[in-house]
Design a protein around this ligand. Structure first.
Ligand code: HEC
Length: 166
């Protein structure tokens, strides 16, 4: 770098002669294409999206699970966070199983999903409705213990039919 700058070859002198401003629009256009492709890629990766949504739900249920077992005192904040993650999954999941995502991306989705789409989507609708209802209903330990266990039972209910055990 330094030696090139102190003793420029004819080639590098020719490069530097070209105005940097003339190249700027090209660089900007290239950057725009790059960023656009990245965003489109993330948006068009339904397998990664559905796995991330489910993982967020799974992670969010840890604290409430400990509360149910009496290992942790009741705390409304993580309970509401878990219910919101479930609500978001219930809303978004049905749109993340297009026909071309039956395989690949390390998916654990069972082929049965595409054979029983109506039932699968109905399960998500119920999941969303139940978590929405619980968000309104749960205010304390008693109301948490009354509504939350039924919702987490539906995790296994769906996984049993529609998620491949690995
Ligand atoms: C209506 C169906 C359905 C319900 C309800 C459901 N899941 Fe899932 N879940 C799936 C499917 C399908 C997959 C596999 C997705 C894939 O690999 O493409 C999955 C995957 C997962 C994963 C693995 C994510 C990863 O990193 O790959 C976790 C964790 C998980 N679910 C947790 C839960 C929890 C916790 C609940 C309940 C609070 C729940 N799920 C409710 C269908 C469901």
């Amino acid at each position: 770098m330094t030696s090139q700058m102190t003793s420029p070859t004819p080639v590098s002198r020719a490069r530097r002669a070209r105005s940097p401003l003339a190249l700027a629009p090209l660089a900007l256009a290239a950057a725009a294409i790059f960023v656009g492709a990245g965003a489109a890629l993330a948006q068009n990766d339904p397998i990664a999206q559905r796995k991330a949504l489910m993982k967020a739900v799974g992670d969010s249920t840890r604290a409430p699970a400990a509360m149910l077992k009496g290992e942790q005192p009741f705390d409304l904040v993580p309970v509401q966070a878990a219910l919101r993650a479930m609500q978001a999954a219930g809303k978004q999941m049905p749109g993340l199983f297009p026909d071309d995502t039956k395989t690949g991306g390390d998916t654990a989705a069972a082929a049965k999903i595409w054979e029983n789409k109506a039932d699968f989507n109905a399960k998500w609708a119920k999941f969303e409705a139940d978590s929405t209802a619980a968000l309104a209903r749960v205010t304390d330990d008693a109301s948490f213990k009354a509504s939350y266990p039924d919702i987490v039972r539906s995790c296994g209910g769906c996984h049993q039919d529609y998620r491949v055990r690995r």
